[in-house]
Design a binder for this molecule. Structure first.
Ligand code: CMP
Length: 224
């Protein structure tokens, strides 16, 4: 069966035998929805790979406003920044749903980095992709309007969590409207208005903690 952790950057370069060995050096953490893995500002030296469920990475601004930097799902990793560059956690990681994650400490990772350069290469690639996405998101905050950012966020969520059902793209994101607004970097009112406009145009249906995208093409055009 296709196991999502095999797509994780840590495992992607490894054959089955090596993946089993690496997996054996990782510790499994089972978290309930809402459980916090670590808090922004605390020291850390472990990275985590999500095996099941969803995890949010949140940031509190000095004025108390909360933003969500990302919502991650199976096969994605978090916590690697403090592992590679010892220091404080740059975000708070929280289980958005019940989740299972695999943790790996620095000492256990080091032999893999030196012994299997292809593992290091995949991790660098994942870091580079994340940096690119962060730069894109910063540009969007300056140059895109809120409906454009909502459209883009929904499409990104659909890439990660979307499944086709009866010809419709069902995206269970598990976020409240407040959390969706924090991810987009706008107020709940403005995000709701954008969603209502998309619903009105029959581009999507909004359900509790999910959306169904009916017109991907139009949404893509709006996200540009
Ligand atoms: P670390 O700083 O150890 O702990 C918080 C983690 O959140 C960080 O490592 C990254 O794995 C992750 N993270 C921080 N910023 C972003 C971002 N903009 N997008 C996705 N993940 C992020």
């Amino acid at each position: 069966m296709d196991n999502p952790i095999n797509r994780a950057p840590l495992f992607a370069a490894l054959d089955a035998e090596a993946a089993v060995a690496l997996r054996a050096s990782m510790s499994e953490v089972r978290a309930r929805k809402g459980q916090v893995f670590f808090v922004e500002g605390e020291p850390g030296d472990r990275l985590y790979v999500i095996a099941e469920g969803k995890v949010t990475l949140g940031h509190s601004a000095s004025d108390g406003r909360e933003t969500l930097l990302a919502v991650l799902g199976p096969g994605e990793m978090f916590g690697e920044l403090s592992l590679f560059d010892p220091g404080r956690r740059t975000a708070t990681a929280t289980a958005l749903t019940d989740a299972v994650v695999l943790g790996l400490g620095r000492d256990s990772l080091r032999p893999w980095l030196t012994g299997r350069p292809e593992v290091a290469e995949k991790l660098l690639q994942a870091l580079a992709q994340r940096l690119r996405r962060t730069e894109d998101a910063m540009a969007d905050l300056v140059f895109s309007d809120v409906p454009g950012r909502v459209a883009k966020a929904l499409l990104e969520l659909s890439d990660k969590f979307g499944v086709f059902r009866d010809g419709e793209l069902f995206v269970e994101h598990d976020m409240t409207q407040e959390e969706l607004a924090q991810l987009v970097g706008a107020s709940r009112e403005t995000v709701n208005k954008a969603l209502a406009e998309f619903v009105n145009r029959a581009w999507l249906r909004v359900e509790q903690r999910s959306v169904t995208i009916l017109d991907v093409e139009r949404l893509q055009r709006r996200a540009k």
